[in-house]
Design a protein around this ligand. Sequence first.
Ligand code: ZN
Length: 311
Amino acid sequence: MKLEGIHHITCITGDAPRNVDFYARLMGLRLVKKSVNQDDPTVYHLFFGDEDGAPGNDLTFFEYPGARPGRAGTGMIHRIVWRVGSSDAVAFWEERLGGEGVSTERENGSLVFKDPEGLEHELAVRDVPDAPLIAHSSEVPDEHALQGFDTVCAYTADPERSRPLLEEALGFERTEGDEWEARGSERGGRVRYEVNTERGAPGAGTVHHVAWASHMDDQIEWRERVAHLGAQPTPVIDRYWFRSVYFREPSGVLFEVATMGPGFTVDEPIETLGERLTLPPDYEPFRERLEQVLTPLPDTRQWRAAPAERN
Ligand code: ZN
């Protein structure tokens, strides 16, 4: 039984329209689901991903309108590392982001930058067998597209505290230093710890949690294993597109184990994923009112590549 790398990463935005512009236009991701917070249907939960909305390239945002920028501290993820295909892709992004006034830095061949709310990203060339998970955008050539998640970087007071849960319960293997990998038969993803005891502040531009991908039938056993190691997992929660179990790992990072299915096409055709507001069944009677109070968003269809342009 193995986890198949990172399933999704969920963050916070205080400015949903700008968020959509940044990730769907500038970064070339596909808005694969436009939904609402299951606890508060007057704010969005937005999901960006690859063409198919596959686990492994799924960056999601809770909208807290007007939220102040937060700051990553101990027990929080402070950087998301994405895979890109080549050093040419790194150069492409350096120019594309620079052209929009986003400052970038080179770091060991990678490109590091922040989104408009301060969420830090790294684009890295990695030698992995995983299939690239890309979206077809009219703005970003396929060969330069983001190919999915590689690593989340987290702050901790002591990486050793997380080791037993990672290795004994979740099947991660130490790759180097304070970095561990969950690698399954199809994909792998990593968590890297850096010592930092400063207190963070949740808010716009911070990561809420990282989800690891579980095969459909394994989730209950993952839940039992983490409980056995002393974590306190939630019951299995139905998120419609996947099922979730949440727990804090010993460094304080909120982890989720999410099933790889049924996926985003369970309630929308793949051709029009994310174009219509998707509501949980209980909120469907309030669709008209909710559509009036939710923040208007840019139409992401304008940035989608026409089928003939895809390669
Ligand atoms: Zn999640």
